[in-house]
Design a protein around this ligand. Sequence first.
Ligand code: NI
Length: 185
Amino acid sequence: MASYDIRVIGDPVLRQKARGVNDIDGSLVRLVDDMIETMYEAPGIGLAAPQVGVQKRLFVWDMGEGPRVIVNPEIVESDGEWLYDEGCLSVPGLSWEIIRPKTVHLVGRDLDGNEMSLEVDELEARLFQHEIDHLDGTLLIERLDSDARKTALKAIRDLQLAEVMPVPPSAGPANTRAGQDLRLP
Ligand code: NI
């Protein structure tokens, strides 16, 4: 197995709609193995194929009961509301309280082509909705209202800037201001 680099916000691949999987073959099985390794290394509890740059409709997850995968997943029913402080490996270091349905019914296929049907709630339901969003090119900040999204985008820019241009501990306020004047794409 080999691990991938996880794509982060700003990478156009995260904004594209992934294509349905027609053939479950050896290369798809290897992709899934590598995605599972990447998810554990991160570490995370879920990972969708576009997050490793692959535009296929599948994701992996582990809620503490071992790794699982679903191909061509689709939510056929959802109900209720649940608030959760949600993060994403593609938007590292930040999280936001987001309301989404509390229960979902997810269908799809396993790697043998068998039908899967999962009715889950709370964290696992949240994970499924989050990963399906990735397959549709949607990041979690798009689930915020417009004011919260503006604040979130600023927090993301500030964090990316801090990583690209760390302010030395000895630097005074002048350097800090100069740093804030930089604009990343
Ligand atoms: Ni994510």
